[in-house]
Design a binder for this molecule. Structure first.
Ligand code: AAO
Length: 473
């Protein structure tokens, strides 16, 4: 089905937000493959607007001009090279698919691939789309043609999102063009898609479009008959009529409530027990894609408020590590660049390009890139999540600012807010000597015959403890 990633059981993807294809290819080979990542969510690869007037913001990539693979991250040849090199080390590519709309009104060409267009005339010759391919005005109930009222599903699906020209997903030609774009990417060897603004598309239209997609490429190493992985960006925080549940037939959905729950739980550890809250309408584990923050809410765009980000490194580390230790959902890690204002593009965007990602001697990133995925504790917990896959939380312990639990009999995790903890706990694990992952095996842990072990945390920056069966650091 659409909800199963195809990456040999690896459990975590990373969003390398705004990275160039050449840098992603290198990162797969030198880091992500060895570290056990399932895949990379890449920024939208299609041709987009180029907006000098807005300072070449990151969000120009959410305004499609055509489905040519010509973007600020690179061209088709570079994209293909990235997919092949990542696939070769077992790291799969997930494309951020912007197919609800084309550019905003008022925009004119050329786009990043040199293609002309005129949004006010609904003319996108690079596809081509013309005025007949956009949602007819009489289907949008709002007075100005824009989405103003999220309480009306017709308005959310048929009107323009922040002025973005809304494709008419009911039309066969539109469905075919989108599927053609997906199939081109599948032929190149991608594993799946994050569907941008899926809340603004009718689930039935998505079902039809996805039904036109090919199976994953066997030439790219996928087993035959494997469907592409789809997850849908639906911001559902319980207060609107459109719910994530409407999209379960077409794959997984983003679960924005998880990130909020994590932020609240890190603030107050007694709330960590309830991060998966079915009573709040949260998607069941096998339908959820979870994340502590994303490229929007880390900068005050969609779904912002009560969110941990890299700007609070210690709290963020705890939030991501707890999420990776947890058994809920399919996990995505955010990998950011530093920014001062919410429109600012990646390093290099001041001149309209994107800088390389330099790797420092100690394994951190330079050049303005944050690389949360390379933070020690986070990297180690990606290994933990792989090692304990398929098990459930057990042996839950929470007292004040300390929390601990096992994942079945495969692993044990503990976290202490103030970095100081010593306690004998039941780990549920087989007797033996284990390497403590966060210390890089500098600490060895003995699990006794009765499953108990002395759990010690003395680290104020990464106040985390993790051991697992088969984990040697
Ligand atoms: C840019 C300019 C605009 C201009 C436009 C057209 O900023 O001024 O009008 O171009 O020229 C990104 C940027 C946009 C940018 C756009 C195109 O974020 O600023 O517009 O590229 O360049 C809604 C959607 C959701 C969307 C989110 C940003 O439902 O799909 O807005 N996310 C995706 C991408 C995003 C991208 C697009 C879609 C477009 O991830 O990067 O936009 O391709 C409520 C609703 C949400 C709604 C938010 C924001 O959320 O529920 O559905 O998200 O409002 O409007 C609490 C509530 C929560 C509420 C939230 C509001 O948390 O619980 O429900 O408050 O923050």
């Amino acid at each position: 089905g659409y909800d199963q990633p195809s990456c040999d059981g690896r459990q975590t993807i990373v969003h390398l937000f705004e990275w160039k294809w050449a840098d992603i290819a290198a990162e797969c080979e030198r880091f992500l493959g060895p570290a056990g990542f399932c895949g990379v969510q890449v920024s939208p690869p299609m041709e987009h607007i180029v907006s000098a007037g807005d300072g070449y913001p990151w969000w120009q990539r959410y305004q499609p001009v055509s489905y040519k693979l010509e973007s600020r991250s690179g061209n088709e040849e570079q994209f293909t090279d990235m997919v092949q090199r990542c696939n070769a080390v077992g790291v799969r590519i997930i494309v951020d698919a912007v197919v609800n709309h084309m550019t905003g009104l008022g925009r004119v060409g050329p786009g990043s691939g040199g293609t002309d267009f005129n949004a006010d005339n609904l003319d996108f010759p690079g596809v081509p789309f013309s005025s007949m391919d956009f949602t007819p005005k009489d289907q949008c109930p709002s007075s100005n043609g824009m989405i103003n009222n999220y309480n009306d599903p017709n308005e959310v699906r048929n009107c323009y999102l922040v002025g973005l020209t809304d494709l008419y997903g009911a039309k066969d030609y539109v469905r075919e063009k989108i599927a053609e774009y997906f199939n081109h990417l599948i032929d190149i060897g991608v594993m799946g898609f994050r569907v941008d603004a899926a809340k603004h598309m009718w689930p039935g239209d998505l079902e039809a479009i996805q039904g036109l997609t090919k199976d994953l490429s066997t030439a790219a190493g996928f087993p035959s008959g494997r469907r592409p992985f789809f997850f849908h960006e639906v911001i559902d925080q319980g207060g609107e009529p459109i719910t994530v549940q409407e999209y379960f037939g077409v794959g997984r959905t983003t679960e924005f409530r998880f990130g909020k729950k994590i932020a609240w739980g890190i603030n107050s550890f007694d709330q960590l027990g309830g991060v998966y809250d079915p009573g709040w309408g949260m998607a069941p584990s096998e339908k959820a894609v979870v994340f502590v923050d994303n490229h929007d809410n880390q900068r005050g765009h969609g779904g912002a408020g009560d969110i941990l980000t890299h700007k609070q490194p210690k709290e963020y580390t705890m939030g991501v590590c707890f999420s990776l230790a947890h058994d809920y959902g399919f996990m995505r890690i955010m990998s950011s660049y530093y920014f001062d204002n919410s429109d600012q593009g990646p390093p290099g965007s001041s001149y309209g390009g994107t800088d390389d990602v330099p790797i420092n001697g100690d394994g951190t990133c330079g050049g303005g890139w944050v690389c949360e995925h390379r933070w020690n504790a986070i990297t180690q917990m990606v290994k933990f999540r792989n090692a304990v896959a398929g098990t459930q939380i057990a042996n839950w312990f929470q007292e004040g600012d300390n929390v601990a639990f096992s994942r079945g009999d495969k692993g044990f995790f503990a976290m202490s807010k103030y970095g100081s903890f010593d306690r004998t706990l039941q780990t549920g694990m087989p007797a033996g000597t284990y390497c403590e992952l966060i210390s890089g095996c500098a600490n060895q842990v003995t699990v006794n015959g009765d499953g108990t072990a002395q759990i010690s945390i003395h680290n104020s920056d990464e106040p985390i403890f993790a051991i697992c069966v088969g984990c040697d650091g």
